[in-house]
Design a protein around this ligand. Structure first.
Ligand code: AMP
Ligand code: GLY
Length: 429
């Protein structure tokens, strides 16, 4: 098959790596991709939001199957447009992608189908949102309804902070139209985990779980980011938790979306808060996580193309998904200044040697090759140093050994990725 992957991050590098392992893949393209992805795919210079150009390319090249990585093209209807053009695609329709595209829609589905989640209110009026906040008190969580690149969430510890978030999102339009409507919800406590299922409209199979580190600094401090590292499996997601999440969250959602006339196909990523063995749903995403995908693809033993095709064709029932028992861990290297302002175009060296450390694979997120053929940083999150090992501690030490061989003075990473899992297993470095 001729396959096109849409996206340019570490998630898409990991997907291309897994897709290349499938005997079903004859030729692989990636739009727009990055410098690392060239090891597996031919890059196509079309951005993820250029829906018309992506459909035209897929038609022109007689692409058999399109795998859509990020949420934005899904919310814009790329899967619908490809299907209308007679091209198979992996990822939900725009109507189903509203589970991520509109937090209000998602919360209403959860409420209607009795799925455990934080209590909430939806608001299009700032004064009404503020009155609700005053009646509930702090801590409280304020979220933009629409997509805000992971930044439209304020976990407010005081009333003033929550009220200021309403003004920033609705008054100052900090996130544009995404903030025309807000969701205000109860603050939940517990341990977070990322749970993934693959869904074909009716059947859902659990994939592996992971945990990511969202804060920029060691010890989980500082501002939130897209994710500074991750590991899988997630010790907090025991087999009992998997059973509860499938029964109480994933399956009712899949049945509910079908009943709404918006059958869900693709990856359903449940952000969980687990407290005393009881999972609650923080949010749904309609795609793999980044960097969680990197560790999942490092552990996946099954043929991902067969699984994705089966999901897109409604024939997942009877499939099983095999994983390596060995844990995987990814450490993200970012440009200094991220998640704030950072420089682009700085040169990265030593990747060849780093990539030869046992168990390590270097997955690129924001890189390009410059005119002299050198790898330069083009984004905030730039590399994902991914390692497997017999234990999380071994995977961690391999990843950091590789990082210490990378020469990139303008970059940084956290030095403690996986600490919670390592502490839990009682294995010290
Ligand atoms: P979201 O984009 O909805 O996943 O939110 C980003 C982060 O905000 C989550 O990973 C949590 O750490 C935090 N968060 C979101 N909703 C809540 C909540 N209701 N209670 C506590 N923390 C939350
Ligand atoms: N790492 C979290 C996400 O991809 O949304």
């Amino acid at each position: 098959m001729k396959i096109l992957v849409v996206g340019s991050g570490g998630r898409e590098h990991a997907l291309c790596w897994a897709i290349r392992r499938s005997p079903l893949c004859r030729e692989l393209f990636c739009a727009p991709g990055n410098a690392g992805i060239t090891e597996f795919a031919t890059l196509v210079p079309i951005g993820v939001e250029e829906i018309d150009a992506l459909v035209a390319f897929a038609l022109g090249q007689a692409i058999d199957f399109v795998v859509i990585g990020p949420e934005v093209p899904l919310v814009l209807g790329l899967a619908d447009r490809l299907e209308a053009a007679g091209i198979k695609a992996f990822g939900p329709s725009a109507a189903a992608a509203a589970l991520e595209g509109s937090k209000g829609f998602m919360k209403d589905i959860l409420a209607k189908y009795h799925i455990p989640t934080a209590a909430y209110g939806r608001f299009t009026d700032a004064e009404a949102a503020k009155a609700f906040i005053r009646s509930k008190g702090a801590p409280i969580v304020v979220k933009t309804d629409g997509l805000a690149a992971g930044k439209g969430v304020v976990v407010a510890t005081s009333l003033d902070e929550a009220l200021a978030a309403v003004d920033a999102m609705m008054g100052d339009k900090l996130f544009g139209a995404a903030g025309d409507e807000l969701v205000v919800e109860e603050f939940l406590t517990g341990e977070e985990a990322s749970f993934f299922a693959i869904v074909d409209g009716a059947t859902a199979l659990p994939l592996a779980a992971a945990q990511d580190h969202k804060r920029v600094g060691d010890g989980d401090t500082g501002p939130n980011t897209g994710g500074m590292g991750a590991y899988s499996p997630a010790p907090v997601v025991t087999p009992e938790i998997v059973a509860k999440v499938m029964e109480r969250c994933i399956l009712p959602t899949v049945r509910g979306m079908a009943a709404e006339g918006k059958p869900y196909r693709g990856i359903l990523f449940a952000g969980l808060m687990i407290d005393a063995g009881e999972p609650k749903l923080l949010e749904y995403n309609v795609r793999f996580g980044d960097p969680e995908c990197q560790v999942l693809m490092a552990r996946l033993r099954s043929d991902i193309v067969e699984l994705m095709l089966a999901a897109s064709q409604g024939r997942l029932a009877g499939h099983t998904v095999e994983w390596s028992e060995d844990p995987a861990l990814v450490v993200v290297m970012a440009a200094q200044g991220y998640p704030g302002r950072y420089r682009k175009g700085t040169v990265i060296e030593g990747l060849g040697e780093a990539g030869r450390v046992e168990g390590v694979r270097i997955l690129h997120a924001g890189t390009e090759r410059n005119a002299d053929g050198r790898i330069v940083a083009t984004g905030g999150r730039v590399l994902g140093i991914t390692a497997v090992g017999a234990t999380v501690a071994e995977a961690q030490s391999r990843a950091y050994r590789a990082i210490d061989l990378i020469r990139w003075p303008e970059g940084f990473c956290r030095r403690d990725i996986g600490w919670r899992a390592i502490e839990r297993s009682g294995v010290s470095q």
